[in-house]
Ligand binder design. Sequence first.
Ligand SMILES: Cc1cc2nc3c(=O)[nH]c(=O)nc-3n(C[C@H](O)[C@H](O)[C@H](O)COP(=O)(O)OP(=O)(O)OC[C@H]3O[C@@H](n4cnc5c(N)ncnc54)[C@H](O)[C@@H]3O)c2cc1C
Length: 638
Amino acid sequence: MTKLNSKIPDGPLSEKWSKHKASLRLVNPANKKKIDIIVIGTGLAGASAASSLGEMGYNVKVFCYQDTPRRAHSVAAQGGINAAKNYKNDGDSVYRLFYDMLKGGDFRAREANVYRAAEVSNFVIDHYVALGVPFARDYGGYLDNRSFGGVQVSRTFYAKGQTGQQCVLGTYSSLLRQVNKGRVTMYPRRDLLDIVVIEGKARGIIARNLISGSIERHSAHAVVLATGGYGTIYYLSTLAVNSNGSAAWAAYKRGACFGNPSFIQIHPTSIPVLNDFQSKLTLMSESLRNDGRVWVPKEKGDKRIPKDIPEEERDYYLERRYPAFGNLVPRDVASRAAKERCDAGYGVGASGLSVYLDFKDAIKKQGKKAIENKYGNLFEMYEKISGENPYETPMKIYPAGHYTMGGLWVDYNLMTTIPGLFAIGEANFSDHGANRLGASSLMQCTGDGYFILPYTISDYLADDIRTGVIPTSTTEFDTSEKEVKEKISRIMAVKGKQTPMDFHKKLGKIMWNYSGMVRNEEGLKKALVLLEELKEEFWKDINIAGTADDLNQELEKGLRVADFIELSKLICLDALNRKESCGAHFREESQTENGEAKRQDDLFAYVAAWEYNGENDPILHKETLKFEFVELKERSYK
Ligand SMILES: Cc1cc2nc3c(=O)[nH]c(=O)nc-3n(C[C@H](O)[C@H](O)[C@H](O)COP(=O)(O)OP(=O)(O)OC[C@H]3O[C@@H](n4cnc5c(N)ncnc54)[C@H](O)[C@@H]3O)c2cc1C
């Protein structure tokens, strides 16, 4: 049975990382050339890790399912990236960023990891500037900042509403530099389908070439998963439609523990569901809440157009309920508040499932040009999708699945419970606790890839300098490949009537209804039954058109949905086990008199790390969270 060892170094918080770094073993330049590393994923986490490891002298192979690394989902990030630079002189510091993140995550993350993420944030910004990322600048030419939810300082660096895209161009250029130097080999259009474990260590992968359909073996001394989050489990989400959980699921089935799978962030400001034919939802960045005011009519079912509703008949419910943070309360709080208003009958739009995000006052105060400079592309996107001009009428928004704080459990070195298998970026569980604060994912992904993993992985690889090339002709590779091929043959052979999308939609509805913004015991138990039924139906009635030995996007989707159905079960089990409310995980049974999340620190101050146990229920391991440097307090934004 797996034993968790978080490997958190001793000593004062602010010295843990530097002391730990200094104690890690190195691999000398001549030996690095003898070592292969596989990196799966080319988002900000994967591309930054791969380029750093290439620069260091390792042989790196990078995989992604897109046709170019540049299309990784990170391009979608809009609002910005945090760093504790204190450029605004508003009292920011590494400690404050650390505290905001820990509190924002409702004290369900490791102090040491969160502090380190805050500590390296300043290097991340400097590095991006050096890579030429065109962050917004103020009139004097200094880097500009804005604010995000759950904080009272301005620490978010941004490039209009396209921060992710600009950062991806930075990491992509550093990646291509290594490709050009021959240190990194790119394998686009590949799907990782299994991790190969030899003598207890991750030593390679089985991948499907998405163009030819052939199954490939790739070996390495270590494997890094930077495969992003699984928020698409809800079918409709703000993520790229192809984002999925299959790589993490494959790792889980080979022995990597899954940490806090039920911690999934629902973002408050998405363009609402318009009809049943949509394949995704579009985010309106949290940065908009710097200037936009959220409201609903004070009267139930008020159908007047917004400009006909006078000021005194509007309920700016976030400002009313949370005067200290107003419209910039954290995402979980804002999402639940929107749901509460809509459930109570105050929602707007045809379905009654939206609230207004209004820029009237900001435009009046700052002028249209200033607003356009900050959010122009978001306004344009909104108008294209909704047909309404947000400069003239408020946006309609509603919460949607967005980000997964849960993921593969990793220790302080970012290594999973399979030695040699590392997980970075959104794919790991680590730094955001039960709720991620805005703009801290890009920061964490890049920090992991450029500034943390390169140190910790070398310590692990120091034992491999005499190992030599890992052959792909071993029985472990044979077995993995055979199992992958059998799964593909099985899904192809069903020849039922429903497409992967049909099943994904059904799955999404179960998860949204019973394991979405609000959860309770009865609903979660019901979801577990429905998921079992869905799994059975899937394997009787899935229809994958075409053949397996060719380009086949239905097959790609089918395999991902099959994994999602299994992962959903783990999510519901985890949500059922955690009887407290914390961050985005809101158990109706555990709330304060005012309807806020009620943590139960005496019972649940732990990371739930689940170990795969075949057909039996997974085994729950608890990593107790020790808080030596902060006092656990009720999270309040009032
Ligand atoms: C609309 C939107 C806006 C956002 N805005 C912000 C923001 O402003 N600030 C912020 O901090 N965060 C933001 N986020 C969150 C942030 O964008 C993500 O958390 C982050 O980009 C994840 O990066 P990553 O490198 O971990 O993974 P990703 O960028 O998701 O990349 C995953 C990579 O893994 C590869 N991959 C996955 N599975 C497989 C497989 N089985 N086989 C092969 N390859 C695989 C993919 O090809 C891809 O290259 C936003 C998220 C969304 C959805």
